[in-house]
Design a protein around this ligand. Structure first.
Ligand SMILES: Cc1cc2nc3c(=O)[nH]c(=O)nc-3n(C[C@H](O)[C@H](O)[C@H](O)COP(=O)(O)O)c2cc1C
Length: 405
């Protein structure tokens, strides 16, 4: 999936466990299970989640690639058990089963992988498709993303996210992403930085739930402290905006991604749609606006990376939509599955993980090394070379390192 970093997830929604194998991180990176668990817990919360998240208390088991709290440079395997498996052990058993006894889900749900997947994989029950296409898989991605976040933290790069809208309720963006603001966002039930809007979003979710309906919305992901020059405009597959958009769009139910203020930009004349370049002795080269969202020509330009993702409403409804029974070809209502009402707050946390993986990969592409120390030496040399023009914004500075003079 990525260049330097490769990740492969496995696991069904109600199977025994989710597994992810991550390769490409240098040796010597600190990895603590509690930091991964913290990210997993952030994915599980959010007003509007369903009963499943009350059952699961995701905890990571580090299976390989880490010794005494540090990466070895070898593939890292992470495992997250599905607690709900004990209720599904028969339905999800890997042993051969009597197909007569099996309850077939033959009425595919609109908005899901059910229909196309049944045809593609020759499945008579949507269960064979939905177990893997379910967003439960994203817990594995969040675990992998936690490694990327930890790696970027070593270089003073921080990633955060928040909800921008749910249904018709829109929030004000925060002025900055100070640690206090980021903490407050995480404490908010819908991960919204605007308290007024947050209250209205909760009302909107309650209202939708009361009608047996669901809601979508938008979330933002911001990256602070990334140096100019990550990504490339010389190879189309390395263009960072394209890679970030693809990574965010790979999150189930994310249907569009906006880089910076692209929608507004598209409506403006060219003279008003760019971020003019300034120099001043403290901040060095910088921009007064950030419509480009920190990416120009497929590369970071040293400003904050800012991305928005558009999430469609959850497709499984307690009042199911019409479909066709795949056995009789008669009209039917879609089968019901336990479902969330609104997943935008959780999707934002998954967005952080995906963005972290892409940025870490682009960072390692530019500052390759087999050990964290090698990467650090390379990054320091680059910062020195560009020091007339750009420096990391405070307080996002390199962590002190025992090899530093
Ligand atoms: C965190 C998260 C939780 C989700 N939970 C549900 C759910 O409970 N029920 C549901 O129908 N869809 C849920 N979805 C959305 C579906 O996974 C998604 O719409 C479906 O797989 C089809 O993919 P697509 O929307 O990208 O086309 C969830 C998505 C995310 C990101």
């Amino acid at each position: 999936m990525f260049g330097k970093i490769t990740i492969l997830t496995a696991g069904e929604s109600h199977g025994k466990a989710l597994v992810v194998i991550v390769d490409g991180f240098p040796a010597g990176l600190e990895v603590l299970p509690e930091k991964i668990d913290n990210e997993l817990a952030r994915r599980q919360v959010g007003y509007g989640r369903g009963k499943r998240m009350e059952i699961e208390r995701d905890r990571v088991q580090i299976i390989s690639g880490v010794r005494h709290g540090k990466t070895l440079g070898s593939p890292i395997a992470l495992l997250i058990e599905n607690r709900d498996y004990e209720n599904w052990s028969q339905i999800m058993s890997v042993e051969p089963a009597d197909s007569e006894e099996e309850k077939r889900e033959a009425r595919p749900r609109p908005g899901h992988a059910d229909f196309a997947g049944m045809l593609k994989y020759g499945a008579s029950s949507a269960r064979d498709v939905l177990e893997r296409s379910s967003a439960r898989e994203t817990a594995a991605r969040v675990a992998a993303g936690a490694l990327a976040k930890g790696f970027l933290g070593e270089f003073g790069i921080r990633i955060c996210s928040h909800v921008l809208s749910i249904g018709k309720v829109t929030a004000q963006k925060p002025n900055d992403y100070s640690p206090e603001i980021v903490e407050a966002i995480d404490k908010d039930p819908v991960r919204c930085p605007d308290a007024d809007a947050s209250g209205k979003m909760i009302e909107e979710i309650d209202f939708a739930q009361g009608k047996g309906d669901t809601l979508g919305g938008t979330f933002a992901v911001a990256v602070l402290g990334a140096p100019p020059g990550l990504g490339s405009s010389f190879n189309f597959e390395k263009r960072l905006d394209a890679r970030l958009a693809g990574a965010l769009c790979s999150i189930p139910s994310v249907k569009a991604v906006e880089v910076g203020e692209a929608i507004e930009q598209s409506r403006l004349p060219g003279s008003k749609a760019q971020d003019e370049i300034r120099y001043e002795s403290i901040r060095l080269i910088h921009r007064l606006t950030n419509m480009a969202g920190g990416i120009e020509g497929g590369m970071t330009n040293g400003e904050k990376i800012f991305l928005k993702a558009y999430v469609k409403p959850v497709p499984t409804l307690t009042r199911p939509l019409s479909t066709v029974d795949m056995e009789s070809l008669e009209s039917a209502v879609a089968f019901k599955e336990r479902a969330d009402v609104c997943v935008v707050p959780a999707a934002a946390v998954i967005g952080e993980a995906m963005v972290s993986l892409v940025i870490a990969d682009a960072f390692l592409d530019k500052f390759a090394g087999d050990t964290i120390r090698d990467v650090r030496v390379s990054y320091k040399a680059y910062l020195e070379r560009i020091s007339r023009f750009w420096k990391p914004p405070r307080p996002f500075v390199l962590k002190p390192f025992d090899g530093d003079s």
